[in-house]
Design a protein around this ligand. Structure first.
Ligand SMILES: C[S@@+](CC[C@H](N)C(=O)[O-])C[C@H]1O[C@@H](n2cnc3c(N)ncnc32)[C@H](O)[C@@H]1O
Length: 341
């Protein structure tokens, strides 16, 4: 646990250099390069298909190459950008670089202003399993600077990109706006439909959504569309037990309303030697596992929960060192009567 005021720094910049240029707002900027898999994963099995695919019995979805992926063969020119990075221009001029404005070291209360490695793991998973996200209404919890939402928006029809605090939400909105060209197979003219909205895990209800006064408040249309969410994503949100409790309450609320949903949670276990235990532990992770156990063993009142840790052997699309401490979890809420065997 950090002392109040202590600075924390994400490991992301061990592998990804920050740009020499500061943003207009005086923040650091980092260019995240993504290699998009040429072929969608054929490793995806029935258990990790979207809830809607399971409900319709469409278990044998074909993982066709999206048109943009086919377009990867049509490289026409390559140039260097002002930072000396290689920019590959394709006939359709779609970008595979996401430029993110972010803070460097922050206090624990402002970690949302940085990018965390779990987000890169989540992005790799989404880019390697695009069919799960294509055309879905997605929602990200604890989105921070918005990188995960920007990536999922290249596949989803709409993304609710949620977090708390005006500083985080404003920075996130700038990143979303500045990366609206990052688009894998959507018409580059088509706007990315990413809605940056305030969602506090401790105050999430219809009333607070209405009473929120900032520009990031939920409109009536949003509340209707929220019912259509089928995919929830979250990265690096498990680091404080109280927050984890709030996170799981919100997840449960979302999973039991509107359409049937599937959630993907990327976590990084941060191991510490503690004098109290005289061993290396990760208490935040242990607390996360308690929630998972409680969910899957709770009686199926509205839904039956299924949770599993997914293999992380999918393609590395971005720059970071994937370790076994980085995990990806899938949680599905299956309505009564629709439980898979
Ligand atoms: C470690 S950061 C991860 C940010 C981003 N997902 C990433 O991986 O780069 C944790 C995020 O959880 C958000 N968060 C913390 N408490 C929250 C709460 N009560 N409600 C909603 N989000 C919260 C923080 O603002 C921050 O953006």
């Amino acid at each position: 646990m950090c002392e109040p005021g202590e600075q924390v720094l994400s490991d992301v910049h061990v592998d990804v250099p920050i740009s020499s240029k500061l943003s207009n707002e005086g923040k650091a900027t980092t260019r995240f390069h993504f290699r998009v898999p040429v072929k969608c994963s054929d490793r995806v099995d029935r258990s990790s298909l979207s809830a809607s695919a399971l409900m319709t019995g469409d278990h044998n979805l074909k993982f066709e190459q999206p048109s943009s992926v086919k377009d990867l063969t049509s490289i026409t020119e390559a140039t260097l950008d002002e930072d000396g990075d290689l920019v590959v221009l394709r006939k359709d001029r779609r970008r595979e670089v996401v430029v993110i404005e972010h803070a460097m070291a922050t206090t624990i209360n402002e970690v949302g202003l940085q990018v965390w490695q779990g987000c890169l793991l989540l992005c790799d998973f989404m880019l390697s399993n695009q069919e799960i996200f294509r055309g879905q209404v997605a929602l990200e919890l604890g989105a921070g600077v918005g990188l995960g939402s920007i990536v999922v928006a290249t596949m989803a029809s709409t993304v609710f990109c949620t977090d708390i605090g005006l500083d985080v939400l404003k920075l996130c909105q700038r990143n979303v706006t500045n990366n609206c060209e990052f688009s894998l197979d959507k018409d580059p003219q088509e706007d990315q439909d990413v809605k940056v909205r305030e969602l506090d895990w401790f105050q999430f209800s219809n009333t607070t959504m209405t009473n929120c006064s900032s520009v990031f408040q939920w409109g009536e249309e949003d509340k209707v569309l929220l019912q259509e969410v089928t995919v929830i994503i979250a990265a690096d949100v498990i680091y404080d037990d109280k927050l984890t409790d709030g996170f799981f309450n919100t997840l449960h609320h979302l999973m039991t309303t509107g359409k049937e949903k599937i959630a993907f949670i990327a976590i990084e276990k941060r191991l510490n030697f503690t004098v109290d235990d005289l061993k290396v532990t990760c208490k935040a992770y242990d607390h996360f596992l308690k929630h998972i156990t409680r969910l899957v063993s709770s009686p199926a009142v509205k839904v039956k929960y299924l949770a599993e840790q997914l293999p992380t052997d999918f393609m590395e699309c971005s720059q970071y060192t994937r370790t076994k401490q980085m995990e990806l979890w899938e949680i599905r809420a299956v309505r009564s009567g629709l439980h898979p065997d």
